[in-house]
Design a protein around this ligand. Sequence first.
Ligand SMILES: Nc1ncnc2c1ncn2[C@@H]1O[C@H](COP(=O)(O)OP(=O)(O)OP(=O)(O)O)[C@@H](O)[C@H]1O
Length: 292
Amino acid sequence: MIDCDSLVKIYKTDEVEVMALQGLELTIKKGELMAVIGKSGSGKSTLLNMIGGLERPTAGKLYVDGKDLFAMTDKELVEYRKHTVGFVWQKNSRNLLPYMTALENVQVPMYFDKDNKEDREARAYDLLCKVGLKEKVNSYPAQMSGGEQQRVAIAIALANNPKILLADEPTGAVDSKTSDMIQDLFRKLNEEMGITVIIVTHDISLANKVGRVVMIADGKISTEKIMKEDYRKRINDMESESFNGTDSHEEYSIMDKAHRVQISDDILEAAGIDTNKVKIQVVDGKVVISKE
Ligand SMILES: Nc1ncnc2c1ncn2[C@@H]1O[C@H](COP(=O)(O)OP(=O)(O)OP(=O)(O)O)[C@@H](O)[C@H]1O
């Protein structure tokens, strides 16, 4: 569904050039529910904006739903943004118009879609029911809690039936109980609608509940965690609050095309490696890295 191959993004300003993505490799399957984590400035939002067609790559390849985003004309990119992706931002001021009710807000993206004129209000109502806001359809943003506003934002993002839902820090501005509710909603939408969901987050509890977590370091994928099957079962059976996420995922390091692997500080420290020269051997079919 999404294929990033040696993806590079360079931002140029008058004085400096910033290499936000440095040859990033990532494949995302249709219907995945995944999180992107990493330190501030590591390139998470840049990746999301690129998949969302808000920014153009500088080099490399980026295919989404069979379309080459590198080769798209501006007009094609506008169509792509309208039909293929939906965005949820951390700040509700970026998601909602304050002078419109929830029902009116959800219809706004539908006005830009000339092929889909019928039943706008009914479709908006259905989406608000789907996100659990049946009682709030006629409320204005100021009359709703942060979590409710964020659920309206999710309904807006779904208004034109996108194939991919992109969320940048969707739980960044809400308390932990509301965050749990929003996490559960993403999971429900992913399971029921089969929509691919990509969430950029600092929220560890959210990252623990998705199928895959990729970590970006210096503009590249460094590690990847895949949710264990038994944890997936438990998460479906139990209430979300009872999880602490320990031992929820299996962790892998990602080897790039030049066979480079990043090793985290924790692992180096645990192995007592404090120099930049290490010994690499194959022992019993395993690659062993040790202090010289
Ligand atoms: N429009 C821009 N112009 C210049 N530099 C930019 C621009 N957008 C991002 N950058 C730079 O690119 C790098 C990656 O930024 P990005 O916003 O993708 O990081 P992030 O991982 O999302 O960070 P955070 O967690 O703080 O949101 C940073 O060094 C940032 O300063």
